[in-house]
Structure formats: structure tokens, C-alpha cells
Write a protein that binds this ligand. Structure first.
Ligand code: FAD
Length: 684
């Protein structure tokens, strides 16, 4: 019997899981040797690691994209400094939990465990926390000695807002653990993660002073890593110039070949050639890039509906600006050794490296600044005035919003404004590495089909370039402007001037011509296993990306005489001439699929009244209801903030009118579709 897509997906997942299980440590760890990012102790025994390192508090993170990890490190550092309690920060995947309850009795003076828990997808735990929650639910019996606090990182535009943070608290307390303080709820959806964190942290510190009688000290920077300038030069073969991981630095011929063999994940990407890139918009000011990554020379695999993680680097302009304000531009090629002063602290960096490589490839330098950063960098200000201003901003939420957030300043911009251009030469580079978030991969819904495009992964990315009123610069996104630059260079486009430029050749020219580090993240957003099942797809803007993959899959199936069900796609954009993604391709798919494919378009700026996909859904209410009756799967992709919710509301309305039921019954029907996995979302 032939395997269908779902079965194949399940099979691949099982094989991968077995592979990961048997290679644990070697797959999860980065390479050894010079890579100081290896976050592995010699033991998975928490008590042993805490005792050996004389730690009295523990911060554990469940992190998918790295944000929870960044916050947990930040917290551990401040907690240790403020209360003089040696604190360890660890990855939930690195330890066994059988003796979690005994930490408090076995480690002399142990105080508290603090969890930073992100929520992933439809309320699922991040990959690194799956085993932990499995243990809690199925094996753990008693945690009555455990005192813990928890900060959840979520997005209120998603249905399962902060589900894992809530679950951490409910499961631990069910097992008898004591929650200290309240569950913190960080909300990325409202853009308040940083302020939510600060409010939770300050509240928790007050409680800790009170309940655990902890004594608070003035916050002084205590480095946990040491930076030393090296005698090596930028040409020395062992120096990392920003290679995606240590394996990419001067591999032997044999090792170079193995770089194509994976496994590829968030610790080790594949350097994939972009063979095709093109502009999808017809506009002077807006861009959307279609890019095709060739995976034919590698073992990298995907299935339709997965996500591609693209590892970006920062633009030349942002790198220059950042190095310059720190007075490091002249020293950009100086080689530095990065050493951990605490055996439990493992910066995500390869050592030795250069100032420039660290700034360009590892630090998130162009995004918004956190208020905490401003408060703590004040101690290194070059002038008394800058110091006073930075301290004030660090303490005053409203002022910070007015002077920093609303002006879309990044770190370098802000430092420049604060000091009136005077360079901040006293800021230790160790402080920069420890305080600035890591540059994380960006995820893209794959817009190709693993059936029709076996050797290539396509993505569809709208370029983030925004000119806000009263802001004197264009605010740019890191990865999408990099893709735009690649598209312009690859197609030799000379009449479009990018806002920012990049070093496209990459470290040691390894990214030339047009390669980027990528890995695939498995997704649960999948076509029905039976190709004959009808599907209804709601994908305005770049939300159409995975549906292009779905349709290409069905075109390939139809070409192989597999009977495919109807695909009803609702696509929306501003107008039919500017941003109608894959307009010509859809004509072609229509020809190939005939009545099995229908595209319904909503153009918001072609009529006096704005028309969105939700309006078009209402016009097709009867057909949607009938298709659902026939077992159709319903998919939504794109904007999580408004569109996904509106679509759900409209579907409830459709059920009410077509099935003549009350709102609560219609809501129940839609919920049931979700339970049956027939209502799937891929939203961001
Ligand atoms: P970033 O550098 O991450 O910037 C993010 C935003 O912050 C931008 O709008 C930028 O203008 C703004 N910003 C920059 N600097 C500042 C500052 N100093 N102050 C305040 N704001 C600032 N996107 C797609 O286009 N297509 C897809 O198919 C797609 N699929 C996705 C699937 C998933 C599962 C997820 C999670 C996301 C998906 N995204 C998709 C979004 C994508 O991952 C990126 O978030 C997006 O492309 C922006 O990345 P960037 O690096 O260009 O911007």
C-alpha cells in the first residue's frame, strides 16, 4: 500500500524521533571544540550540576525561537546580582527531572526555581520542553518541596494565549509545588513583552524580599563572560567570521561534504543556495520576494506546510552604526577570545571571533531597545548628562515610550541620541554580548510542495520597510531586506535602491553566490491525508504562501491521476495590479485543476468600501457550509492580530445562517472542527 502524505509525515517524525533519541547530546549539542556555545554540562543530574557549581537558584527555559531563553538569562543574571544568590540558567532539554523535588533538601541553601515558558503553535510546548511536560504529566508524583515562579511568553492574538505558562503553574501546583508570586504573562501580541516582564520581575523581587527574606543590593554589572583581544588575526583559519556554527569554520574536504548531510536544526543550519529569486509586487515602494532554496545537494527534507527558518545577518549600515557608537569601528577586525567565567554560562557564540562578526551575525542590533538595557547601560555612559538621561529613561515607562519606542530607535540610535554623538567607549563588550538579544532565525511558511518541488523550498516574504509619521528614518526588518538585496543582486536590478545593504558574500565568501543558512521546522499545518478531501483556504497577503504549496501539491497529484478534492482559496490584497501575489500562476493552476480549484479575490483598495476576505467568505456562505458538510478542511494563514480572529467570527456567522443554529451551537461547531483537526491555523 502506498504511503499517503500524512502517513509519510508520521513515519518521518518517528524516524527522526528515534534518531534524536539515540544520538542525544551529539545532535542537540552544537559541535564541540572551539564552540563555547555548547550548553551541555557533563551531567543531566540537576542536583549534581547545581552542587558542583555551588548554585542556589535555578532558572529553566522552554524556548522555541530563543526569546524565552534570552529573558531567562537576563533574569538569572539580575537575580544573582541583586540578591547575591548564585543562579544557574539551564535549558529544560538538558536535564532529567526525577530529583527536581529534592533540590531544596539536597542543595544547601537552595532558594527557588524560576521557569520561563514560551507557548508554541496551537498551545504546544516548545521542542526543548516536550520531555519535561511529558515527565510532569505522566511520571512526576510529588513536588511538595518545590518553590517556583513562572513567566510565560505568549501572544494574546492566539487562541491559546500563554497556554504553556498557565500549564506550568497548574501542573506544578497540582503536584504540590508552591508558586511564589504570580504567573507573569508576557504578551507579544500587544507588543508589551518587555514591559510585562519588567512589571512581573519587579513584583516578584518585592515578594521575594518579603517572603524569602532576601536582601536586595544595588545592581552592579558582574560579567559572566570574559573578552580578551587575541594575537590572532582576522586571517587566522580558526577565527569565526560569522560562520553559522563551528562546523563551517575551515572544514576539511571530508567535513565539508558532511555539512550537506545534516541533521539540520536550530543549532546547525544548511547553507542553501538560492537559485531563483524574484519580485512579486508591482510597486515602487513595497516589495515581496519569492525565493527558491535548492536542497538537492543536501539531506534537508520538508513536507508541504512546514516552515523554513532563515538565519539572517545584520545590514552593513546597522553594523557600522553599532560598532561606531561603541568606538569599535576601527577595531572591527580585531580578534577576540570569548570565555565563560561561569561553567554554567555558555554564550551562543563561537570563539575566537571578531567584533564585527559578533555584531553582524549574532546580535539583534536593529530591533526595538528594551528599557532594562537603557537603565543598565547608563553606568557606562560617556558623559554625566547621558548617564542621567539613560537612568531616567530606564525608570520611566512613559518617558521611555515617548522618547524611544515611539521613535523606533534601535540601540545604536538611542546611544547616539543620549550622548549627543559622543562614543560609548567604556561599555564592556562582554556587557553587550550579555545584554543584547541573540539574532534569531526568521520563520517562513513554505510556499512550495514537497511533492512537486522535491529539490527546492520556496518562500514568499514581504519586505519590512516602514516610514512612520514623525520618524526620520525608514524602519527595516533584518531578514526580509536581506532577501530583497539578494533578489536585486541576483537579477542585476539597478533601478531599485535598497534602504540597507548587506555583506552577501558572508564569512570567507561562504555565502557566495547567494546562499543562506536555513533549517526546516516541522509544522502541524498539513493537507488532509486523503487528496479527495475538499479544502477551504483563507490566505490574504503572504498568508497565501502555504496555500500555493497546497495547490502545487494538488496539481502534481492530479497530474498523477490522483483524484483531488476541491480547493477554494480566498486571497486578499490592496489591488489587482500591485500586490496580487502569484496572479499568473493561479491562472495556470486553474487550467490544470479545472473546476477543482477556485480563487476568490478581495481587493481592499479598489472600491470605496474596503473589501476583505471575510466579506468574500460571507458571499460564499452556502458553498463553504456545503463543503464543510462534505468533510472539507478549513485553513487560515497570515495575520494573527486581526484577520485570523475575524475569519473565525465570520465562520461562526456562516454556520448560524446556513445551519439555522444559535451562536453558541455555531461556536461549538467551529470548535469541534478544530478538535477534529479540520480547522488549522498558520498565523503570525
Ligand atoms: P525583523 O527584523 O524581525 O523586524 C520585525 C519588525 O520590527 C519589522 O516590522 C520591523 O520594521 C520592526 N522594527 C525594526 N526595527 C525596529 C525598531 N528599532 N523599533 C521598532 N520596530 C522595529 N512572513 C512572511 O513575509 N511570509 C511568510 O510566509 C511568513 N511566515 C511565517 C510563519 C511563521 C510560523 C512565523 C512565526 C512568521 C512568519 N512570517 C512570515 C513572519 C517572518 O518570520 C518575519 O517576522 C518577517 O518576515 C519580518 O522579519 P524581518 O527579519 O525582516 O524583520
Amino acid at each position: 500500500m502506498a504511503l499517503d502524505t500524512l502517513d509519510l509525515g508520521v513515519l518521518i517524525a518517528i524516524v527522526l524521533a528515534i534518531g534524536i533519541y539515540f544520538t542525544k547530546g551529539s545532535l542537540w549539542g552544537k559541535s564541540d571544540g572551539e564552540d563555547v556555545s555548547v550548553p551541555r554540562g557533563s551531567s543531566r543530574d540537576l542536583i549534581e550540576v547545581l552542587s558542583t557549581n555551588n548554585k542556589k537558584a535555578l532558572v529553566l527555559f522552554a524556548s522555541q525561537t530563543g526569546t524565552a531563553e534570552d529573558y531567562s538569562h537576563k533574569f538569572a543574571k539580575e537575580f544573582q546580582s541583586r540578591f547575591s544568590i548564585p543562579t544557574m540558567c539551564g535549558d529544560l532539554a538538558d536535564y532529567d527531572y526525577e530529583n527536581l523535588n529534592e533540590i531544596f533538601t539536597s542543595v544547601d541553601g537552595f532558594q527557588l526555581v524560576i521557569f520561563f515558558t514560551a507557548t508554541y503553535g496551537e498551545g504546544e510546548p516548545p521542542d526543548n520542553a516536550v520531555e519535561f511536560f511529558d515527565y510532569l504529566e505522566n511520571e512526576c508524583e510529588d513536588l511538595s518541596n518545590l518553590k517556583f515562579s513562572c513567566f510565560g511568553l505568549g501572544n494574546s492574538t492566539y487562541e491559546f494565549y500563554n497556554a504553556m505558562g498557565k500549564k506550568t503553574v497548574s501542573t506544578l501546583t497540582e503536584k504540590g509545588a508552591t508558586l511564589v508570586g504570580e504567573l507573569g504573562l508576557g504578551d507579544d501580541g500587544r507588543g508589551t513583552m518587555d514591559e510585562d516582564y519588567m512589571a512581573w520581575k519587579d513584583g516578584l523581587f518585592d515578594i521575594l524580599k518579603d517572603q524569602l527574606s532576601l536582601e536586595e543590593h544595588e545592581l552592579v554589572y558582574e560579567p559572566q563572560i570574559k573578552i580578551e583581544e587575541s594575537v590572532l588575526t582576522v586571517d587566522s583559519p580558526e577565527v569565526s567570521l560569522g560562520e553559522p556554527d563551528a562546523k563551517y569554520i575551515n572544514p576539511s574536504q571530508e567535513e565539508a561534504q558532511s555539512l550537506n548531510e545534516g541533521p539540520f536544526d536550530h543549532t546547525h543550519p544548511y547553507l542553501a543556495p538560492i537559485t531563483v529569486s524574484r519580485e512579486l509586487f508591482n510597486s515602487d515602494s513595497r516589495h515581496c520576494i519569492h525565493a527558491e532554496f535548492d536542497i538537492s545537494d543536501s539531506t534537508l527534507k520538508y513536507t508541504t506546510g512546514d516552515h523554513l527558518a532563515i538565519w539572517p545577518s545584520n545590514s552593513n549600515e546597522h553594523v557600522f552604526n553599532f560598532l561606531d557608537i561603541l568606538g569599535l569601528y576601527e577595531k572591527k577586525d580585531v580578534v577576540i577570545d570569548i570565555k565563560s567565567l561561569d561553567p554554567t554560562v555558555h554564550p551562543h557564540l563561537i570563539s575566537p571571533s571578531t567584533y564585527e562578526a559578533v555584531v553582524r551575525h549574532y546580535l539583534e542590533i536593529s530591533g526595538p531597545v528594551s528599557r532594562q538595557f537603557v537603565g543598565s547601560v547608563a553606568q557606562f555612559a560617556p558623559t554625566e548628562q547621558a548617564k542621567a538621561h539613560a537612568s531616567k529613561l530606564g525608570k520611566d515607562k512613559e518617558l521611555f515610550h515617548e522618547e524611544v519606542t515611539s521613535k523606533f530607535l534601535n540601540i545604536a540610535d538611542l546611544l547616539r541620541v543620549l550622548s549627543d554623538g559622543v562614543k560609548w567607549t567604556s561599555v564592556p563588550f562582554a556587557f553587550i554580548i550579555e545584554s543584547v538579544a541573540h539574532l534569531q532565525p526568521r520563520y517562513y511558511s513554505i510556499s512550495s510542495s514537497s511533492l512537486s518541488d522535491k529539490q527546492a523550498i520556496h518562500v514568499t516574504a514581504v519586505v519590512e520597510q516602514e516610514k512612520y509619521p514623525n520618524v526620520d528614518h525608514i524602519v527595516t526588518g533584518v531578514a526580509t531586506n536581506l532577501l530583497l538585496n539578494i533578489q536585486l543582486a541576483q537579477n542585476k536590478v539597478s533601478d531599485v535602491k535598497p534602504v540597507v545593504t548587506y555583506d552577501l558574500a558572508g564569512p570567507r565568501q561562504k555565502f557566495a553566490p547567494f546562499k543562506l543558512p536555513v533549517h526546516v521546522r516541522r509544522s502541524t499545518f498539513k493537507l488532509p491525508s486523503n487528496p479527495a478531501t475538499p479544502i477551504i483556504c483563507i490566505g490574504p497577503g503572504t498568508g497565501v504562501a502555504p496555500f500555493r504549496g497546497f495547490i502545487r501539491e494538488r496539481v502534481a497529484q492530479a497530474a498523477n491521476d490522483i483524484g483531488v478534492g476541491k480547493t477554494l482559496l480566498f486571497f486578499g490584497c490592496r489591488n489587482s495590479t500591485e500586490d496580487f501575489l502569484y496572479k499568473d500562476e493561479f491562472v495556470d493552476y486553474s487550467k490544470k485543476l479545472g473546476e477543482k480549484f477556485e480563487l476568490v479575490t478581495a481587493f481592499s483598495r479598489e472600491t470605496a468600501e474596503k473589501v476583505y476576505v471575510q466579506h468574500k467568505m460571507l458571499e460564499r456562505a452556502t458553498e463553504i457550509s456545503e463543503l464543510l458538510d462534505d468533510g472539507a478542511f478549513f485553513y487560515v494563514c497570515g495575520d494573527a492580530a486581526r484577520m485570523a480572529r475575524d475569519v473565525q467570527t465570520v465562520l461562526v456567522r456562516i454556520m448560524m445562517s446556513e445551519r439555522k443554529v444559535t451562536e453558541s451551537i455555531a461556536t461549538g461547531m467551529v470548535k469541534n472542527l478544530r478538535v477534529l483537526n479540520r480547522y488549522q491555523e498558520d498565523v503570525w
